[in-house]
Design a protein around this ligand. Structure first.
Ligand code: PHE
Ligand code: ZN
Length: 879
């Protein structure tokens, strides 16, 4: 089937024609929009003189075609809804092609191309949406200059936006008006954007480091302008930071962000006109949580940073996606670390990577950071391309040092500005700038799978010598059985008995720079000389490499790291590791019908850390929060029984709550914040710690009252939703829970983004009964199956974050989900394919559930007319 074609990296070749410029004219109509495209082009020097021009389309209807102003005779071209081929074009001379297409923005439920929802026209062109607007070379290596004219009804669409600078604005006298935009920077079609409608706006200014004034505008729905202030603040901080940290200055006179309510992804970096999912722009204390604020800050920065990493320098082809995404996530992570607490931000990154990327890398959808083939590129906007890609750039920075990394990146910007390049081009810049050979390191881009590092050590007291043997292996991934050893930078700390870091007099066995060991072979022994006492070994400090570490370390060493390690990331990891160990043992006990042994050492370390005033509250909150049921399932890895995990976690949670009751009560009391709300990270950390303590306190008191009181006293959404969640999850069915759920629903009627939190809190209540509740909530007036945020908040959250509810032993959760996916696939394939990945780890379930899950995935795969997106995902899941 043509639809199932696979694209291979090795087939890359340049186009036969070069596009010099394109002029687009949009006459916007709700059901009929006409798009006129005037393309100045010529044959590429060296291309075959009789090669035809081959443009792509997707579901298009051709309404006109002319060459140099003269209509083309039908025998000169061939056209279907998905391609346009033109023969006998000039061999040398430039020519102008004029193409007219008709499209229907209202019928576009895929939210890809030009669509109209909620009265607003907007576009989404990455990766292959431009071909749903007009026939074109819709590929990232074709860069050209765009001029865009938009004509629309003025009353309904006072606002007409596209990329670049506004060059003309005019009334047409017939109720319509016109705006013309010109973007002087050559760009690929995926960065094209258009917005039209009636929106509110806030404006600010930024003066760049060379003194240029830039106008900043954020457009949102009417009535929500006050909620855009934080995003604007984050934007200005991002612009400043990119100048200071990487020397990158903004390049147009205006930078615009538009928030839309129907959007498949988080946000999009269109040149000069970013388009955002409104949940990543709108925030005020009453409607947004601290996590929302942090996400908004990060994503505003991420999209802004793309202006250099992605837009000024773009990808040669979609296999290079991580060139822009991995690097931009790394820049975003560094920005967040500088704006907030570096170790806390890093721990969040580690948690995210382990929760999402490791399972992807260890499951049926595993792929390298730089894949070599795909069926549907939309399915490669993955945590591997994004987050593992970021970790790979981070490792380059670790190997080269901050200066070396900056030199390499400066060279990259210098050498490739205006270009469409590859991962190899990127790496070459670091090599050329520092003289370091990265050929072995490059394997990180090409080999899938999460490496496992096994460590063992021996200490010779008489000689003061430590031997540390590190071996690495990467488990097989689909289609790739033989894995080679990687080049791994591993930060290693040696902690003395009094808690200080020890510096050996000499180290042999491999390269070491600072505290970084360079692992290059499948097994290596590093020898550290001149140690005065036996050290405690801390491996992978700051999570220097995205690997799993297996180190059978004495418990006393692990407790020492958990209680005193100066590297807070490792300290958190040791605490988390102890908790996971207790929780997996408890799960085994539940399954064996034994009573759960609730370890008192774990309780002490959690409570002591939570009470440690030397540590920042956000870190204490992280330490206090037990691994989730999903985390425990991933740690167990096979034959997973979600119900046993639930019971085990509950028992351990309850034991900790009881033994720390007085401390939790004190924390809840002391951390009461009376002097108003600030979204700043320190303040957010105190709320996080207080709410973590509140969950334990409610458990210890076996009463919904503390959470009910917290809900009533809350002055911000963070505290409010935390209390609501405690009630819904720990006291399901109580009168307080029902009252609070009803109050919240009514209070935030007409606030869909807030009600998403209400949907999610209920969809994630553990237990069999939730399925019926989810089905019932689909009938709530606030639920809209056409809106991706609503769908993810309710059905997505149920499938991905409710292990006991979704994995009901009778398989009813899977059946419900599969029915929903099948019903929704024709409407929005990007959404269904992404949601389907919630089931990618089904093989790790115990046999009964696994086979029921498989049957539902097979039922989906057996349907005739699946979207290519969904077909690709289910086929790979079943391989
Ligand atoms: N390029 C966007 C980002 O990461 C993500 C995106 C991909 C958005 C595809 C829409 C469609 O910043
Ligand atoms: Zn991005």
């Amino acid at each position: 089937m043509r639809n199932d074609r696979i694209v291979y990296l090795k087939d890359y070749r340049q186009t036969d024609f070069i596009i010099e410029s394109v002029d687009l004219v949009f006459e916007l109509g709700e059901e009929l929009t006409t798009v006129g495209s005037q393309i100045r082009m010529k044959r590429r020097p060296g291309a075959s003189p009789d090669a035809p021009l081959e443009f792509v389309g997707d579901g298009l209807q051709l309404a006109g075609l002319a060459l140099d102003g003269k209509p083309l005779l039908p025998e000169r071209y061939e056209c279907t809804s998905d391609h346009l081929t033109i023969n006998d074009l000039p061999a040398d001379d430039a020519f102008t092609l004029t193409i007219k297409t008709n499209i229907n923005p209202t019928a576009n439920t895929q939210l890809l191309g030009l669509y109209r929802t909620n009265g607003v026209y907007s576009t989404q062109c990455e990766a292959e949406g431009f071909r749903r607007i007009t026939y074109f070379y819709d590929r990232p290596d074709v860069l050209t200059v765009y001029t865009v004219t938009i004509i629309a009804d003025k009353a309904k669409n006072p606002l007409l936006l596209s990329n670049g600078n506004l060059v003309e604005e005019r009334d047409l006298g017939d109720g319509r008006h016109l705006a013309k935009w010109h973007d002087p920077f050559r760009k690929p079609s995926y960065l094209f954007a258009l917005v039209a409608g009636d929106l509110a706006m806030i404006e600010d200014r930024f003066t760049t480091m060379s003194g240029r004034a830039v106008t900043l505008r954020i457009y949102v729905e009417h009535g929500k302008a006050e909620r855009a202030g934080y995003a604007m603040d984050a934007l200005k901080r991002s612009m400043k930071w990119d100048e200071e940290r990487f020397g990158r200055e903004y390049d147009l006179d205006i930078f615009m962000i538009v928030a839309v309510s129907d959007f498949n992804m988080g946000a999009m970096e269109n040149k000069g006109l970013n388009i955002f999912n409104d949940r990543l722009i709108l925030a005020d204390p009453e409607t947004a949580t601290d996590d929302d604020y942090a996400r908004i800050e990060a994503v505003v920065a991420h999209e802004y940073f793309h202006n250099w990493t992605g837009n000024r320098i773009t990808c040669r082809d979609w296999f290079q996606l991580s060139l822009k995404e991995g690097l931009t996530v790394f820049r975003e992570h560094e920005f967040s670390a500088d704006q907030r607490s570096r170790p806390v931000v890093r721990v969040d990154e580690v948690k995210f990577l382990r929760a999402h990327q490791f399972p992807e890398d260890g499951g049926p959808l595993a792929h390298p950071v730089r894949p070599t083939q795909y069926m549907e590129i939309d399915n490669f906007y993955t945590t591997t391309v994004y987050e593992k890609g970021s970790e790979v750039s981070r490792m380059i920075a670790t190997l080269l040092g901050e200066d070396g990394f900056r030199k390499g990146l400066d060279l990259f910007f210098d050498r490739h500005d205006g270009g469409a390049v590859t991962i190899e081009d990127y790496l070459k810049c670091f090599e050329d700038a520092t003289g370091r050979d990265l050929s072995h390191f490059a394997l990180w881009y090409h080999q899938a799978g999460t490496p496992v590092i096994a460590a063992r050590s021996s200490y010779d007291a008489a000689e003061g010598r430590l031997e540390l043997t590190l071996s690495q292996h990467t488990p097989p991934t689909p289609g790739e059985n033989d894995k080679k050893p990687l080049y791994i930078p591993l930060r290693v700390g040696l902690i003395s008995p009094n808690g200080d870091d020890m510096e050996p007099s000499a180290v042999s066995g491999g390269e070491r720079t600072g505290d970084v060991l360079h692992l290059t072979e499948s097994e290596q022994t590093f020898v550290f000389e001149g140690l005065g006492a036996k050290p405690t070994i801390s491996l992978n400090r700051d999570f220097s490499a995205p690997v799993r570490v297996r180190f059978d370390q004495p418990r006393e060493d692990r407790l020492k790291i958990a209680g005193a390690e100066s590297d807070l990331v490792e300290r958190w990891d040791a605490i988390n590791g102890l908790a996971l160990e207790v929780l997996t043992h408890a799960t085994a006990a539940v399954r064996a019908g034994r009573s759960v042994d609730t370890d008192s050492a774990l309780a002490s370390i959690l409570i002591e850390t939570a009470e440690d005033g030397e540590l920042e509250p956000a870190f204490r909150a992280l330490a206090l929060t037990l691994p989730s049921e999903l985390d425990i399932g991933r740690e167990i890895g096979e034959d997973v029984d979600p119900d046993a995990i639930h019971l085990a976690r509950k028992a351990v949670f309850s034991a900790i709550a009881n033994s720390g009751r007085a401390s939790f009560a004190r924390l809840v009391e002391e951390l009461r914040e009376d002097n108003g709300f600030s979204p700043e990270a320190g303040s957010a950390g105190r709320r996080a710690l207080r709410n973590a303590a509140l969950a334990y306190l409610a458990e210890a008191e076996k009463s919904p009252l503390p959470a009910r009181q917290a809900y009533d006293a809350a002055t911000n959404m963070t505290d409010m939703i935390a209390a609501l969640r405690i009630l819904a999850h720990q006291f399901p069915g109580s009168a307080e829970t029902s009252a609070v759920l009803a109050d919240f629903r009514q209070r935030f009627d007409g606030e869909p983004l807030v009600l998403d939190k209400w949907f999610t809190a209920q969809a994630t209540v553990p237990g069999e009964a939730t399925l019926d509740r989810v089905a019932e909530l689909m009938g709530d007036a606030a639920f809209d199956e056409g809106n991706p945020n609503r769908v993810r908040a309710l059905i997505g959250a149920f499938a991905s974050s409710n292990p006991t509810g979704f994995n009901r032993p009778d398989g009813a959760g899977y059946r419900f989900f599969a029915n929903f996916i099948l019903a929704t696939d024709p409407r929005n394939a990007t959404l269904t394919a992404r949601m389907m990945t919630a089931m990618r780890s089904f093989q790790s379930l115990e046999a009964g559930r696994r086979e029921k899950a498989r049957a539902e995935i097979e039922r989906i795969a057996g349907q005739e007319d699946l979207s290519r997106n969904l077909r690709d995902i289910v086929n790979r899941m079943l391989k």
